[in-house]
Design a protein around this ligand. Sequence first.
Ligand code: CP
Length: 320
Amino acid sequence: MKHFTCVQDIGNLQEAVKEAFEVKRTPFRWDTLGKNKTMLLIFFDSSLRTRLSTQRAALNLGMSAIVLDVNQGAWKLETERGVIMDGDKPEHILEAIPVMGAYCDVIGVRSFARFECKETDYREVLLNQFIAHSGKPVVSMEAATRHPLQSFADLITIEEYKKTARPRVVLTWAPHPRALPQAVPNSFAEWMNAAEYDFAITHPEGYELDPAFVGCAKVEYDQRKAFAGADFIYAKSWAAYADDAYGKVLSQDRDWTVDAEKMALTNNAYFMHCLPVRRNMIVTDDVIESPQSLVIPEAANRVVSAQTVIKRILSAMKKI
Ligand code: CP
């Protein structure tokens, strides 16, 4: 594996999950693979889980880890080419990226959708600049349109807890006071479709995701109908994708909050969310605190997904 930005980069999912389980059982078995190698984690946006789990994964593999919060202490970066740089941004990303590449062996990048231009977001301009100009393998730690380390951890978690070979998995929109990117739901849909689960998405009208990510998932506008018989409920809020409403919050309808009454319609489903989660907006206290809530093991599996990915990248580097 050279870069990790989407489900295609991981190859065969069954083999990837098997390898992830091995990593989980014996996390220190490859603790010299990353000897004298450095992982640089670059954050354009905030993080708790990704920041800690990816560092932990690199350390488990014997790497050093450096973290850079671009907006706290680094020079402000201009990202547009052709701009006359007479404003408040003293450095251009086209110099900063190769410089950062010179200081490390693998780069992780987090940069969310900005909701300023849908085309720029969905072309993954910044992530692709890192791939083009850093000269190093790049791991997406959540980009504008996907969050593949999260989705891989979600898949590992479902594989650990599922009771049937092909569980019924439902992604549900839920209310949130702010406009959130579509990266997590896009990516989750991409991975669930690739896993060939019985997969459905439910959301209010107006919250349709990019059809390229929805794929063959069933879309159901009646949340209660979608919950019927589900084995896993995955909640997430996202802003509108449609051109005329891109990045907008169309509804904060708390009828869509995941609560015990709706969970009772399911097949005793597990509850999942990538965190951070707004309690009693996205999900009620009793559901997230219930024995069916997987949010903590799901977050713990972020180390496993990151370690499996970085291990593959390091192994590929050794072969060159
Ligand atoms: N789920 C997730 O990526 O969490 P952070 O934003 O805290 O990294």
